[in-house]
Design a protein around this ligand. Structure first.
Ligand SMILES: NC(=O)c1ccc[n+]([C@@H]2O[C@H](COP(=O)([O-])OP(=O)(O)OC[C@H]3O[C@@H](n4cnc5c(N)ncnc54)[C@H](OP(=O)(O)O)[C@@H]3O)[C@@H](O)[C@H]2O)c1
Length: 268
């Protein structure tokens, strides 16, 4: 894709722009940005990344792709405003939570559409993203979109309906992990450690465990068993997790988030 315009230049747009430029996916002068009203923000991004501020909407006609990156509540107004300026081939790449491909098509016409669900770690190039494509995305375009999402982290392709589950796992997932860390820190004093010490230990434990899993050499259960000696400390800790039904709590957490994603989508 030669020229790409971001409709909405907030934090997700910046994360993607940074990832694409860092990974040489596209030259910065071929990236265009636009906002509803926040001109200062556009100038800040222009200075930071060398991207161009879209001078007027008629230039959208020259874009190969537009990225929908406003808040979902602003999407309808934004799509109505840009629809007359798109050319027939312009690809739509959406990061809007909860807005379906059918809704995008109803405002912007029948065209190739990639609907993606990144997460907040995109800001440091470590997103876990899901993506779904409509039937007009051909193999070459699909590969291009996947490559672009890999520039901000890891990506899995799913059916559009599965994006609700992706949202429940990796979209909301960072908050679950932060919540866990808060829980570890909260108990620090009771076992005689300071919170900052626990943070150092557990952040590295999370990173180390994630890195072990990323090697893909061993299953989580195998790795868990290796740490768990019979009658030892880990076994005692895991038994307490079982007694407090943590597995059931995690299942309830994911199912609630998935159901809420479906509910929110209905309301849009
Ligand atoms: N942040 C995340 O971690 C994350 C994760 C997954 C998905 N997402 C999705 O990413 C999207 C953007 O989120 P964000 O956090 O980047 O939001 P944000 O920081 O609030 O940025 C939204 C931008 O959209 C612009 N905008 C609003 N209405 C517009 C319009 N009619 N035309 C053009 N631009 C318009 C705003 O500009 P003005 O200030 O001028 O109005 C603002 O710069 C959301 O749909 C969200 O669901 C975000």
């Amino acid at each position: 894709m030669e020229r790409i315009a971001f409709i909405g230049a907030g934090s997700m747009a910046e994360a993607i722009i940074k990832g694409w430029i860092d990974k040489n996916c596209i030259a910065n002068e071929h990236l265009f940005i636009t906002n509803k009203s926040d001109q200062d923000r556009l100038e800040t991004l222009q200075q930071a990344y060398g991207v161009q501020i879209l001078p007027n909407k008629s230039m959208l006609h020259d874009m190969d792709c537009i990225v929908l990156a406003m808040k979902p509540k602003d999407a309808k107004e934004a799509m109505i405003a840009i629809a007359p300026f798109l050319n027939k081939k312009t690809v739509v790449f959406s990061v809007l939570a909860g807005i379906s491909i059918a809704t995008i098509r109803s405002f912007l016409g029948n065209r190739p559409i990639a609907r993606t669900m990144p997460n907040t770690s995109a800001t440091i190039g470590m997103s876990a993203s899901g993506v779904a494509f409509n039937e007009l995305v051909d193999e070459q375009l699909r590969t291009t979109c996947l490559t672009m999402l890999q520039a901000i982290g890891t990506v899995v392709e799913v059916e559009e309906d599965q994006l609700h589950a992706v949202t429940a796992f990796s979209g909301s997932g960072p908050a679950y992990i932060y919540y866990l860390l808060e829980a570890f820190e909260n108990v620090a004093a009771e076992v005689g450690l300071q919170q900052d010490v626990v943070r150092t230990l557990m952040v590295q434990t999370l990173a180390g465990s994630a890195a072990m899993l990323q090697t893909g050499n061993e299953e989580p259960a195998t790795l868990r068993r290796k740490v768990t000696s019979p009658g030892g400390t880990t076994e005692a800790g895991l038994r307490a997790l079982e007694q407090h039904e943590v597995t059931a709590a995690i299942a309830a957490c994911v199912k609630s988030a998935e159901a809420r994603s479906r509910e929110l989508a209905q309301g849009i």
